[in-house]
Design a protein around this ligand. Structure first.
Ligand code: SAH
Length: 262
């Protein structure tokens, strides 16, 4: 029987046990979630004259106008201050429906796209999601939103600088159910499997088999995927007792899913 990780994974005791565990094939991501009680390493953009609750409620109104209707997703989006995740120079764009640079050539997804993907995840399993795997932590924004919708969130990032940035961003929020991992998300994170849902913020040519293997029966993957040439489309994959069902939805634009670490 597969050994389950102990929760919360960020307890020092649990970390030691995880380190003592056998290495996985390929570069094993290491759980290094935010440490409770740690002092924030970076100054958060505060006191910038930003009326963040008002801006956020305007962002929510826009999401409703764009067709987002899941109240749980709305509540999660309302709870997370997106401006904390972007550069100080960009805070006044934080609640616009736009993707923004987060460094290392990567971007934080548009609020509308985050909401859409989370709605799709939740449609497969009404109620609180169990364990969720996120591929592409980036600045940690979507992981923070997910923490309000799921029991446990495992989020993997392959760029060390971004993984560290996300850790700094999330530390102050003290979200004990978010576990940040530095590793290649192409191989998923077998120690946390099976997952109720897997969400990717980077698009490849196909859904990696490891994700399908690590998805629970009844679970759903929502990911961008290449739709020929430079085009991408949102893909929903459901793993049922009868087999895999696959639907291709609207065109999207995400950064590429890359293998290896950076
Ligand atoms: N959810 C993020 C969006 C980040 S953009 C946020 O809220 O900010 C997508 C991220 O996917 C990038 O940071 C990129 O480095 C990462 N990525 C691409 N391929 C990956 C892989 N194989 N494993 C883990 N992360 C990957």
């Amino acid at each position: 029987m597969q050994q389950r990780p102990r929760f919360p994974a960020q307890l020092p005791e649990a970390r030691n046990r995880a380190n003592a565990a056998k290495p996985m094939a390929g570069p094993a991501p290491s759980p290094v979630a935010s440490r409770p009680g740690a002092v924030a390493a970076v100054a958060q953009p505060q006191g910038l004259g930003l009326d963040s609750p008002a801006l956020r409620s305007r962002m929510l109104q826009k999401l409703v106008a764009q067709g987002v209707s899941d109240p749980q997703v709305m509540a999660a989006m309302a709870a997370v201050e997106r401006h904390r995740f972007v550069d100080t120079a960009l805070v006044n764009q934080a609640y616009e429906d736009t993707s923004l640079p987060i460094g290392f050539g990567q971007t934080i997804s548009k609020p509308n796209v985050v909401a859409r993907m989370l709605e799709l995840l939740r449609q497969a399993a009404p109620g609180r999601l169990g364990r969720v795997l996120e591929i592409g932590t980036g600045c940690g924004y979507q992981a923070a939103v997910l923490s309000h919708l799921a029991g446990e969130v495992y989020s993997i990032e392959r760029i060390r600088g971004l993984h560290e940035r996300a850790r700094d961003n999330l530390r102050v929020l003290r979200l004990p159910n978010v576990h940040l991992l530095f590793g290649d998300g192409m191989v998923g994170f077998a120690k946390g499997a099976p997952y109720a849902a897997i969400i990717a913020a980077a698009g490849g040519d196909a859904i990696p088999q490891a994700w399908i293997d690590q998805l629970a029966v009844g679970g759903r993957i929502v990911a961008p995927m290449s739709a020929g040439g430079a085009k991408q489309a949102l893909v929903v994959l459901d793993k049922t007792a009868q087999g895999i069902q696959h639907s291709v939805l609207e065109p999207v634009q995400f950064v590429p899913l890359k293998s290896g670490l950076a």
